[in-house]
Design a protein around this ligand. Structure first.
Ligand code: PMV
Length: 330
């Protein structure tokens, strides 16, 4: 049996602008995890034994079972549409490893990461799956290879992703991310305590990314100006995170939220949580991820985390997560 797990993630600064080459900051959220478990199955001959007749591609898919209770999925790979996200991930992993006859196995996905909420659930499942499958067939991959493959899957499933989700999830480190550039990890100068609050509305990231592209095509100078301002905020935020300047990080979060509103990716539910978090004592708050649903994040004094989370739940947050990003030792 081979098990691998990967954390969720949250974008601190720079979503949307990051698709246009501006920097963004994101951190892992280890309180939620996705896990992939691969177990061998006896080859029951459904696909034909290797000696008796050469099994074809269809045959091996019948000997690979996929189970993901959270989305009500329990099927052999053969019966799944090839564009079903888990099926396409599994096919891509075996394909890119050059494995044409994978062993009969059961692949189980378990995840505590809410889907479509900006917590990187898709990327975490991909990374856990890539690691579990490659290790199970004795072809472990380097982080760089895992990241590249996870990015390919993101592209397959989500159109034009920046690559920030797969990067943070793969390396499980805070990152300062610029699309296409080498990964730069971040070392916070002081612990950052965040309250993450879910609007309960599914975040239509693909749609919001497409709409921002539409606005950009209609008025490039305006949108480029907004992206430049976000890029500047991300750069300042990087320095503030590294020096542990919490009040400045909070201020920058508020400014970033205002720019995201201008990009039309906030929503009444997100704005309500942002306003309530600030009123309850947060140093700053903003939407996180694709927007129009999903999560809001607030930077808080750790002593106030509980009361701010409660205030957000009282006005309708579906759930809250409190996470602290601590400086790495060593
Ligand atoms: O909704 P999430 O957490 O997957 O974040 C999307 C972030 C965007 O910048 C909007 C898109 C991207 O690919 O970076």
């Amino acid at each position: 049996m081979t098990t691998s797990s990967a954390p969720g993630k949250i974008i601190l600064f720079g979503e949307h602008a990051v698709v246009y080459g501006r920097p963004a900051l994101a951190v892992p959220v280890t309180e939620v995890q996705a896990a992939a478990i691969v177990t061998d199955l006896p080859d029951n001959g459904t696909g034909g034994s290797a000696q008796a007749k050469k099994p074809d591609r269809v045959d091996w898919r019948k000997r690979v079972l996929v189970e993901a209770q959270a989305i009500g999925l329990s099927s052999d790979l053969y019966s799944l549409p090839p564009d079903e996200p888990l099926a396409s991930t599994i096919l891509l992993v075996f394909d890119s490893l050059g494995v044409s006859q994978p062993p009969a196995c059961k692949i189980t996905i378990k995840s505590t990461i809410p889907i479509a909420s900006g917590l990187g659930s898709g990327a975490a499942v991909s990374v856990a799956l890539i690691r579990a499958l490659s290790t199970h067939i004795h072809r472990p991959l380097t982080d760089e290879q895992v990241n590249r493959l996870a990015f390919e899957i993101e592209r397959l499933l989500h159109g034009t992703p920046s690559g920030i989700d797969n990067t943070v999830v793969t390396y499980c480190m805070p990152v300062f991310f610029v699309k296409g550039e080498a990964i730069r990890t971040l070392q916070p100068g002081a612990p950052l305590t965040l309250v993450i609050a879910d609007t309960g509305v599914s975040a239509p990231t693909r749609e919001s990314v497409a709409d921002v592209r539409g606005l950009w095509k209609t008025d490039k100078p305006h949108m480029e100006r907004l992206f430049d301002q976000v890029g500047e905020i991300s750069r300042k935020a990087r320095a503030a995170v590294e020096s542990g300047d919490l009040p400045l990080i909070g201020e920058l979060m508020n400014s970033n939220h205002a720019l995201l509103q201008e990009m039309t990716v906030s929503s009444p539910e997100l704005d309500r949580l942002v306003v309530a978090a600030r009123a309850a004592g947060a140093m700053g708050a903003k939407l996180s991820g694709g927007g129009r649903g999903g999560n809001m994040i607030a930077l808080v004094d750790s002593a106030l985390a509980g009361s701010i989370a409660t205030a957000l739940e009282t006005i309708g947050a579906r759930r809250t997560i409190v996470t602290t990003i601590s400086p790495q030792k060593g």
